[in-house]
Ligand binder design. Structure first.
Ligand SMILES: Cc1cc2nc3c(=O)[nH]c(=O)nc-3n(C[C@H](O)[C@H](O)[C@H](O)COP(=O)(O)OP(=O)(O)OC[C@H]3O[C@@H](n4cnc5c(N)ncnc54)[C@H](O)[C@@H]3O)c2cc1C
Length: 378
């Protein structure tokens, strides 16, 4: 058995690799330093069809599946984890509409967020409801033809730039988790505003914002699926999104290995390239082996999802492993670079900071262990 990509998948990898080298790599340092959302790069990702992956052509998408998406995210993350993360999370909006939206919603929103250049976001987390998403307090009350939404969401990737956000709000608090619903909120909805944008440790360009709903009015036709299905929709979406984060983590680790190989051949100490030092060769061996392992797990989870097979445990395992690996590998890569690795002139410092987020968002490592343990113990 081997990971065998199709010719079409090899081709998309080439396209994504070229995009990463020509478009993502040159701006990675600047957008990290300035915490600047890469608006122009996003437009280029739209032109390349990356924002439409996983959405059928009839709705303006580029087709492809979770394997295709992972390939693109992995390649971009090798050069700029923030850009890869933006792409990965933007995709959740479209997948949510595709899987749970009405035909009318698919026709209205999918072309806009695939090839139309509009941004989508996914807002589940609240200040007091992170891992415990069921503790959400945001309310949506029916009034005439509309919902009136009140509450605050936090840490929303691309939230300040999103033209449309899927917001999870309680339509019936008496039912707890079963009272949560998914509602599309356009950025110009009355009563909707952007609060604080966070100053972050890593993936600084991805823009992480607070969203405020103060008697925010949206039509009831913006409900996705049925009332009360919100928690189920969120969990299904997160199962898939975790594979995207795992691919992002894999890309970061592979990028760190590439930088280390290059540096070891260039850097001379004791009269010879440091690639000759056995102590560092062992680091490289460990990094390459662990990356290979992460790759298998990422594409196994993606393949299961692409085939419509159960993938919750495998997605959690792939993300847990790939994110811990990204931290391990970037740390060794920084060590290989010595003092230069600690400086902002080299990308390892940024990669090490970027790697950390993969252990936190789309579910922390601890939550993934809960999911895996439940599945294993039965
Ligand atoms: C940069 C960034 C981008 C994000 N983007 C989005 C986004 O686009 N949309 C969105 O909705 N959310 C987003 N999030 C939120 C993210 O998913 C949450 O931060 C994450 O789920 C953890 O929630 P929390 O921060 O409240 O931590 P908490 O839930 O408070 O966790 C604190 C600690 O307790 C541990 N813990 C909690 N419960 C358990 C348990 N049952 N067993 C063992 N340990 C446990 C956690 O693992 C963690 O170590 C983003 C976060 C960040 C940092």
């Amino acid at each position: 058995m081997e990971i065998k990509f199709s010719k079409a998948e090899d081709k998309i990898r080439e396209v994504a690799k070229e995009f990463a080298e020509k478009e993502a790599a040159p701006i990675a340092e600047e957008i990290d330093k300035e915490a600047k959302y890469p608006v122009e790069t996003f437009k280029k990702m739209v032109s390349c069809g990356f924002t439409g992956i996983g959405v059928p052509v009839e709705y303006g998408g580029s087709g492809g599946d979770d394997i295709t998406k992972c390939i693109v995210v992995e390649e971009i993350a090798k050069k700029c984890a923030a850009t890869a993360g933006i792409l990965s999370i933007h995709g959740i909006f479209g997948q949510c509409i595709l899987n749970f939206g009405t035909e009318e919603q698919k026709k209205e929103y999918l072309p806009k967020v695939t090839n139309g250049g509009m941004h989508g976001a996914f807002a589940l987390t609240e200040p007091n409801a992170g891992s415990d998403a069921g503790a959400a307090k945001t309310r949506a009350i029916k009034q005439g033809e509309d919902y009136i939404i009140n509450g605050t969401k936090c840490f929303i990737t691309g939230g300040a730039h999103a033209d449309y956000t899927i917001v999870f709000a309680l339509t019936d608090p008496s039912k707890g988790l079963k009272g949560l619903s998914a509602i599309i909120v356009p950025k110009d909805a009355p009563g909707f505003s952007i609060g604080k944008t966070e100053d972050k440790m890593g993936i600084r360009a991805s823009e992480t914002s607070e969203l405020i709903f103060d008697n925010c009015r949206v039509p009831q036709k913006n409900l996705v699926g049925k009332e009360g299905l919100g928690f189920k929709i969120a969990m299904i979406m997160l199962d898939g999104a975790r594979i995207g984060v795992a691919a992002q983590a894999l890309g970061i680790a592979e990028g760190a290995l590439d930088e280390s190989i290059k540096y070891m051949h260039e850097r001379v100490q004791f009269g010879a390239p440091i690639a000759n030092l056995q102590g560092l060769q062992w680091y490289i061996a460990e990094m390459a082996t662990k990356n290979e392992c992460a790759k298998w797990m990422v594409y196994r989870a993606a393949s299961l999802k692409a085939q419509g097979l159960p993938h919750s445990k495998e997605a959690a395992m792939a993300k847990l492993n790939a994110s811990e690996n990204a931290r391990f590998v970037t740390n060794l890569a920084l060590q290989i670079h010595g003092g230069y690795g600690y400086m902002k002139d080299y990308p390892l410092e940024r990669m090490s900071r970027d790697a950390k987020i993969t252990e936190i968002y789309e579910g922390t490592s601890e939550i993934h262990k809960v999911v895996i343990a439940r599945a294993v113990l039965g």
